[in-house]
Write a new protein. Sequence first.
Length: 714
Amino acid sequence: MKNIVQLLFLILILPAVSLAQTLQSPNGNFVATFDIQSDGTPTYSLSYKGKTVIKPSKMGLELKNDSLSLLNGFEMMKVDMNTFDETWKPVWGEVASIRNHYKEMAVTLRQKATNRQLIIRFRLFDDGLGFRYEFPEQPNLIYFTIKEERTQFAMTGDHTAFWIPGDYDTQEYDYTESKLSEIRGLFAGAVTSNASQMQFSPTGVQTALMMKTADGIYINLHEAALINYSCMSLNLDDKNMVFESWLTPDANGDKGLMQAPCTSPWRTIIVSDDARDIVASKMTYNLNEPCKIKNTDWIKPTKYMGVWWEMITGKSSWSYTNDYPSVRLGVTDFTKAKPNGTHGGNNAHVRQVIDFAAKNGFDAVLVEGWNIGWEDWFGHNKDFVFDFITPYPDFDLPALNDYAHSKGIKLIMHHETSGAIRNYERHIDTAYQLMKKYGYDAVKSGYVGNILPLGEHHYSQYVNNHYLYCIQKAVDYKIMVNAHEAVRPTGLARTYPNMIGNESARGTEFQAFGGSKPNHVTILPFTRLLGGPMDYTPGIFEMDISKINPANSSHANTTIANQLALYLTMYSPLQMAADFPEHYERYADAFQFIKDVAVDWQDSKYLEAEPGDYITVARKAKKTGQWFLGSVNGNDARTATIPLSFLEPGKTYIATIYSDTKATDYKTNPQAYAIRKVVATSQSKLLQYCAAAGGFAVSFVEADKDKVKGLEKL
Ligand code: NOJ
Ligand code: CA
C-alpha cells in the first residue's frame, strides 16, 4: 500500500501538463476538472449532472511590473485531496444548523521560470464549486501588486442573466433581465444612478450574477470571504460568452497590495436545475471561517422601527438647522443655530415612536439625524462633518435612552460617515464608547457619496478593510453592525455574526426615490442575499409618497400583502417596520402580521422560486416553533398552488392568510388586501391569487380540532 502511495505521489509530482485532475462532489452531481494548457496556463471546468456548465476557463493573475505575472509557465507539483463534513450552528439564520460538506483538491503549481509557487484550492459541494488562489510564503514572491485577476468563467451559451452594471461605488441598481448578448445594448439604459461613477466596460456586471440556461440550469457567480482583497465584478467577452474577473482599483489604479502568505477570496459557482436550491444554498457561508467571537450572547435578532422613512420621503430633515458651517469651525453650541423646523430626530417625536414600538412588541428604534454635521454635509463640506458623539440640542441622548429602556426598547445608533472613512476611523472608539455608556448595542452605519480619501472606491481592498475593521472593533465593544453602502457581503457574517445586516443593494428607500421595478424583490434573494442578510426595511403601507410629502411624486411599486411577505422572503435577523405609526394604525389588522412574525428561524423550506417571477418560503420560528409563510410575486398576476406539507402531520392549524384581492393593483389600488382564517393541515393545498408585485403572507397557529368549527377548511 505504502509503495502505491509513493508511486502515486511520484506520478503526481512529475510535471504532468496533460494530466487533468478531477474532483467529484459528495453526491456525484458535479465534476470539476483542473488542467494546464501547453503554455502552462492553469484552467478549470465544471459539469453538473453530466452537462458542462463552465467550459475550460483560464485562471491566474496579472501582476504589476512583472512581465511573467502569475498567468502561465506553470507545472503541477502536487495534488492534495481531502473530504470535509461538519455541521455548525449559526448564531442566527434561516436554519438552526448548516452542513458544510465538500470534497477538496489543492493543486500546487510551480512557475518554472521564476520558481514561484501558487496553490489553487477547489472545494466542491453538492450545491456548487468554490476555488481560490493561495500564495504561500516563499523567497521569490513576497510583496506583489495585482494589476488584474484573470479568472475566467466560460459560459456554454447565451444565457438569460439578471444583472446590474459593474460600478465601483454603488450597488443600488434595479436588475435588468436579458440575454448575455443583450447586455451591451441595454447597458447605458441600465445605468440609472451615479452615472458619473461608471468606470468600466459596457459589458461589466456585478456579482452575485444570476443566470439561467436554455435547458433550465441555474448558475450563480459570486465570491466568498472577501477579506483584504478588492471586490470582483465580471467583464463579459460577449463574442465568446466568457466572463473575466475585474477587480475594483484603488486610487492608484492598483487592484491589490499583497504580502505572501495570503489568499484571494473564493470564487463561487452555485448551480442547480431547481432554482429553490440556489436561494437555499449555504455554500457562501460555508466558505468562510467559523465564528471568531467566543461569547455571542449579546448578538440578538432584532425587529425595529425608526425615525427614518420621514427623512427618506422628504417629510422631515436629518439636519436640525440649515445654518452652515458648524463643526468645521468648531461651532458645537447649536442652541445658537437657527432651527429649520423640520428636524425629525427631536425629543417629542422620538418618544412617540418609542411608545408605539413598545406598545407593539418591537425591540428597538433607530433614530437618524440625531448628531451634528448634517448641515455641514449638505453644505458640501465633507471631511470634518461628523464626530458621531455630539447630539443636536433637541435630542436628549441620555434621557431618550432612559425612556426607551424603561419601555423595553433599545435605541439603534446611526453613524453616517459620508464616505469619509479616515474621519470615521479617527472617531470610532469614542463613538462606540458613547454607545456603550448609554446602552446602545447596535449601529447602522452608512457610506453615502464619494469615498474620502479622494480616488478611493467603495469596494477596493483598502475600503473593504475599513468595513471589516469597524466590524472587528465592534466585537470588542459588543456592538452589532448594519452597514449601508458597504461592499456586498460574501458570507463574512459566519465569522463575525455581529454583522447583522447590510444594505449593499437597492433597498426600500428607492421606493421614495422614483420606485423600484415591480419584480425587484423576486431577484434579490438570488443575488444580493446569497452573501448575507439585507436591511431591506420593508413594511411600507402608504405607496403614494406624495401623501407623505406633496413635493415627492414617487410611488412604491408594491402591495400591502407583498410588503408583509418580505418579512419571510428577505431573510434577515434585523427586520424593520419602516412606515409610520399612523399608517400602521390605519391598517391595524394587516400590521398584526408584522407584530407576529419571527426574525430568527429553526428551519426554512423554499416551496417555489423563479428569479424575476416568484419566491415562496415557509419558516419555522426558532423560539416558538411557529410556522410562517411568505410569497412575493413578479410582474404578472398569478395563482400560486402551495402544498402545506411542511406542517407537522396529524396537527391542525389555523392559518391566517394576508393576501392581495382581485382588485389589488400595485399602481392604482395597492392597499387592497384580504385577511382570512382557514383550517390547515399538512395535507392542505393553498391556492392563492397574487397581483403583480403582490404576494401573500401566512401565520399558522396550532389549534385544537374542536376550536376550529365554523372555519373554512383549505
Ligand atoms: C442611505 C441609507 O441607505 C439610508 O438608509 C440612510 O437613511 C441615508 N443614507 C442617510 O444616512
Ligand atoms: Ca443606500
